[in-house]
Design a protein around this ligand. Structure first.
Ligand code: 9MJ
Length: 679
């Protein structure tokens, strides 16, 4: 049994220890103990506090979640107004901003503090004697809402500051946001509970902070980055904005690790492009970058206009969400017969490009979002992602807009549309009878990663199929079915292009088993699976005749792939096309079946990025796969190695973040060589 004095000492020590772990975890991004150990310390503190409840203070790490839901939010008047920011949407507007600043200060070049602009909710946190006493929204800049109860539940917000040299009153300004991973998990939870998912992380963060019940806020994955101060005893703070942020960090407040000092407008524009390149790899959403004159003395000299400082600007990225009118919902039929509803839109400039179509994914998605022809919709295009319809502006729905119905017959060939129970996708049952599926199958067959027929573009395939001159992939190699003069007569073709195309078709006859298998377009048989099958069996006939058990023995092949392979090769039409292709000269060297050879890289996952000098990425991929490695397109914590060539892009940052080891081209060559010698 501990004496009351010993309990008190333990409580104090545990609080210090837990706060220190929070600091390492949230602020330094370098956890010092595993989660289980942290949980153990918290549990112990809870137990001790229950023994002596009068020792429980509001700043104890056990006291984040208050118990009582509020009836409404009180108002809080900010001691120092919360500013908004002017925006710049182009380099020219940045030059103009910098010109105003340098002119106002009568100097040549200014140093700026550069920060990413988080897309969340601005908050002000008030610390008195190092304890969090209030948290407020920005509101109109003068008066905000008291959201103290909710902000206290955010684990990265310290309830007590670190150290002992903080000002007695410190108001910190920052952005509460929801990291992408937390947002995805929250939306999955919402859907699983049949609740409405949030349209984007910003709305989710705002909705979570506006909860009257802090127990709900506590379940929401919110985080905070600080970017400035309000009321404070200024003489205690450094003379530069960057210096102030560094001090905030020492006191346990989270600062964006992307924060930097940059020189002049050139430095600003370089920073803007650097962060834009990294944008998709960041674990949270940003809508631009912010530049602030670094010297506090210079900030004071410049002052304010209305509610925005003259010394700061937000350089915004092109908006990723815009509103536009949905003209109609079209149905596209894909290679595997999948019917995809596609929104045809009035052109809208979003995410840096003009968008006229956006995917609606499938029937259930259209229902869930209740998207109808004529609706005003919010369209989103982030990074290289396909544009999508996020939500409908119901208030602007035109009268008589009818709900979407999936057609029961294929809009292209009229065959019956079927939807397998438990699957989200509806499919045309027409197979290669359906000209849409035929077109897509032939495009896929000819594509770079498949048979690589240069010059056989989508448009020419579509024309040839529509006229009826190209009915199967075998026709491509059959000069009696598709002679030179027919090809030369197509739109934008001619004698020379027809010659080139025929030469490219002939060249493609020499291929590899893996490419050929991939080019057949069997459902779920992607490049990696095709390569595994080729490596494993060595011969096409062995794959075609393999039974279920033999197929399941292949790495990465599961029951779904087996069912698709068996169904494909069971179809006599498919066997006939393969025979014709081989008769017409398509061939590949038999691969030595790797079934029994060692696979030194089995179980390892590689990601390739950037361009290499000694081999193409596809060659590197094939070599790695031949040694048993899996090669995928995106980095995760499970990736074994990232191989980087020149201009690696954002994957490198992501790999560093996840602690994935990075190999350069020389290291990759050494690895491949080492293993081929060993073999
Ligand atoms: C955001 N949203 O990340 C400011 N902000 O500064 C940053 N917002 C800001 N600074 C003054 N990094 C007013 C708003």
């Amino acid at each position: 049994m501990l004496t009351p004095k010993e309990i008190e000492t333990s409580i104090i020590q545990l609080r210090i220890e837990i706060n220190l772990h929070n600091y390492h975890y949230y602020v330094l991004d370098a956890p010092q103990v595993p989660d289980a150990e942290y949980d153990r310390l918290m549990k112990r503190l809870q137990v001790l506090e229950l023994q002596v409840p009068e020792l429980i203070t509001l700043d104890s790490p056990t006291q984040r979640v208050g118990t009582k839901p509020l009836a409404g939010f009180d108002e809080i008047t900010h001691a120092v107004a919360m500013l908004s920011l002017d925006n710049a949407f182009s380099d020219d507007e940045m030059f103009a901003f910098d010109a105003r600043v340098t002119k106002g200060l009568e100097i040549e070049e200014v140093t700026y503090c550069a920060e990413p602009k988080l897309d969340g909710l601005a908050v002000s946190l008030r610390y008195e004697d190092g304890r969090l006493v209030h948290a407020a929204t920005r509101g109109d800049g003068r008066v905000g809402e008291d959201i103290t109860q909710n902000v206290r539940t955010i684990s990265s917000v310290p309830l007590r500051l670190m150290g002992d040299d903080f000002p007695p009153v410190l108001e910190v300004r920052g952005e509460v946001y929801m990291p992408r991973a937390g947002f995805d998990a929250l939306n999955k939870r919402q859907r699983d509970h049949d609740e409405k998912p949030f349209a984007n992380p910003r709305n989710a963060a705002a909705g979570s902070l506006r909860q009257l019940d802090p127990e709900i806020t506590a379940t929401r994955p919110l985080a905070l980055y600080c970017y400035g101060v309000g009321e404070v005893e200024k003489q205690l703070l450094p003379a530069s904005h960057y210096g102030i942020l560094a001090r905030l960090k020492e006191w346990g407040l989270r600062i964006s690790p992307e924060t930097e000092e940059v020189r002049g407008v050139t430095g600003c524009l370089e920073y803007y492009r650097k962060i834009d390149d990294k944008r998709d790899a960041l674990p949270y959403e940003i809508d631009g970058v912010v530049f602030k004159v670094n010297s506090i003395r210079q900030q004071q000299a410049l002052g304010f206009v209305s509610r925005a400082p003259r010394w700061a600007i937000a350089h915004k990225f092109p908006a990723q969400e815009e509103m536009t009118r949905l003209i109609a919902i079209d149905i596209q039929v894909g290679r595997t017969g999948a019917l995809t509803p596609v929104a045809r839109l009035e052109p809208v400039f979003v995410g840096g490009v003009t968008v006229t179509n956006a995917t609606l994914h499938n029937e259930d998605e259209v229902r869930r979002k209740d998207v109808r022809g004529g609706d005003m919709v919010v369209v989103r295009r982030a990074g290289d992602v396909i544009p999508e319809v996020v939500s409908v502006v119901l208030a602007q729905r035109p009268d008589g807009a009818g709900a979407f119905v999936m057609p029961t017959d294929c809009p292209v060939c009229g065959s019956e549309v079927r939807r397998v129970e438990g699957e989200a996708v509806s499919r045309c049952s027409g197979g290669l009878y359906c000209s849409a599926q035929r077109k897509e199958a032939i495009k896929h067959f000819a594509s770079r990663r498949a048979m690589d027929i240069e010059g056989l573009g989508d448009k020419i395939v579509e024309q040839l199929v529509e006229i009826g001159w190209l009915n199967s992939v075998a026709d491509l190699y059959d000069r009696s079915a598709l002679p030179h003069n027919k090809l030369a007569g197509m739109d934008r073709m001619g004698d020379k292009s027809a010659d080139n195309l025929i030469a490219a078709i002939d060249k493609s006859k020499q291929t590899t088993l893996a490419r050929f298998l991939f080019s057949l377009g069997i459902r779920e048989v992607g490049q990696a699976t095709a390569q595994s099958l080729a490596n494993h069996f060595g011969k096409l006939s062995a794959i075609m005749d393999a039974d279920e058990e033999a197929l399941l023995a292949v790495a990465d092949v599961g029951p779904v792939v087996v069912a698709n392979l068996r169904a494909f090769f069971h179809e006599s039409h498919n066997r006939e096309v393969i025979e014709s292709l081989q008769r017409l000269g398509v061939q590949w060297p038999d691969v030595v079946a790797k079934r029994d050879l060692p696979q030194p890289l089995a179980g390892q996952t590689f990601v390739l990025t950037g361009s290499m000098e000694s081999m193409t990425r596809d060659e590197a991929k094939a070599k790695l796969q031949a040694l048993g490695a899996k090669v995928t397109g995106s980095i995760s914590k499970k990736t074994s190695y990232l191989v980087v060539g020149a201009d690696p892009g954002s994957k490198r940052d992501k790999a560093e973040k996840f602690g994935v080891p990075i190999l350069d081209e020389a290291a990759l060559e050494a690895l491949l060589l080492g293993h081929s010698v060993a073999n």
